[in-house]
Ligand binder design. Structure first.
Ligand SMILES: [Zn+2]
Ligand SMILES: [Zn+2]
Length: 136
């Protein structure tokens, strides 16, 4: 489906085609650190359909586990994570776009969880926790 989105401050905008069936949660420790949260939710977007406006900052990280470098793109103004992809010049084959920046994020329900061995032990237990509709 067609997707579009923006970072928190609006400097970076993206659009492309994303398949909700490929929505993935990553529990790896790099994603925990890179989001400042417990896990990351992403969906692959084919490079041929991916468009971006604004100039993201690229952070190159080689994960200890896989040995593969990944280019992590985020907004230089507000810090929102935008995508990760293979390092290199020009358009890449695929972009793992961060679901939280998408206007259609409600349609991207995760279908699989990877690196679950490093998941925070409480992630499967949040349903019973007290819920306030607002800050409370
Ligand atoms: Zn921003
Ligand atoms: Zn990860």
């Amino acid at each position: 489906m067609k997707i579009d989105g923006a970072c928190h401050c609006g400097y970076i905008t993206i659009e492309g085609e994303g398949d909700p069936a490929k929505t993935t949660i990553c529990h790896c420790s790099d994603c925990q650190t890179g989001t400042g949260s417990a896990f990351r939710v992403s969906v692959p977007v084919a490079g041929a359909t991916f468009r971006i406006s604004g100039q993201p900052t690229i952070y190159l990280k080689t994960t200890a586990e896989s040995g593969h470098p990944r280019a992590q793109a985020f907004c230089p103004r507000c810090g929102s994570p935008i995508y990760s992809t293979s390092p290199g010049e020009g358009q890449q084959a695929s972009y793992m776009v961060r679901v939280g920046i998408l206007r259609q994020r409600k349609d991207f329900v995760p279908r699989r969880q990877i690196w679950f061995r490093s998941a925070q032990p409480w992630v499967t237990e949040i349903a019973p926790i007290q819920k306030n509709e607002k800050q409370g």
